[in-house]
Design a protein around this ligand. Structure first.
Ligand code: FES
Length: 193
């Protein structure tokens, strides 16, 4: 009596077909794997470059203000005839480094003296000790600082007190009948001492 080829013999467990030990990858699988590896590497590379660019852009943006020296700007402070020869007057001007949102902080002042027909001298209003605004005392012909008693002569040199340096001067020019001062950032203190 013959048995069917796929029928288990009586008393024997049926044998399931076993997969071969090592199935070699087919050629399309290997190609897909290589492509996936390449795309992964490409994504990592592009991501790294992008992150690096963003990082340097942010650092550059943060450090830019430190590198940019604010250039001086000519500011008109009045007509020549507004100032009497020999007089020393306070003039208001906008700081050269002023930004649109600076508001009141962008304003500064200076002492302008008319020395002749078209000769002017302009002194910073800020004391070189700790930056307090100095006042011109006409009768004494001195600049006085109310904060710590700093005193400057008429030419801006130190007469007494703690100021370590003379009053800084601005460049002045006459342009189209106007007196213009080359505004620069407010000179802040050089340190107490
Ligand atoms: Fe002028 Fe000190 S700030 S003397």
């Amino acid at each position: 009596m013959s048995t069917e080829p796929n029928q288990p013999e009586a008393g024997k467990k049926p044998q399931l077909p076993q997969p071969s030990e090592k199935t070699p990858r087919s050629a399309p699988d290997a190609r897909m794997l290589r492509r996936r590896k390449f795309l992964n590497g490409l994504c990592i590379g592009v991501g790294t470059v992008s992150l690096g660019s963003i990082f340097w852009a942010v650092i550059g943006f943060m450090l830019a203000p430190l590198e940019d020296e604010p250039a001086g700007t000519w500011r008109s402070v009045g007509k020549v005839e507004d100032f009497k020869i020999g007089s020393t007057s306070i003039v208001k001007l906008e700081d050269a480094s002023s930004v649109p949102w600076a508001g009141y902080a962008g304003k500064t002042a200076a002492w302008l003296r008319r020395d002749g027909e078209s000769e002017f001298t302009c002194f910073s209003v800020n004391c070189t000790h700790l930056g307090c605004p100095v006042r011109w005392i006409e009768t004494a012909e001195l600049f006085m600082c109310p904060c710590h008693g700093g005193v400057y002569y008429k030419d801006g040199s130190v007469a007494a007190g703690p100021p370590p340096e003379p009053l800084p001067q601005y460049k002045v020019r006459v342009f189209n009948g106007s007196v213009q001062v080359l505004a620069s950032p407010v000179p802040i203190t050089h340190g107490a001492g």
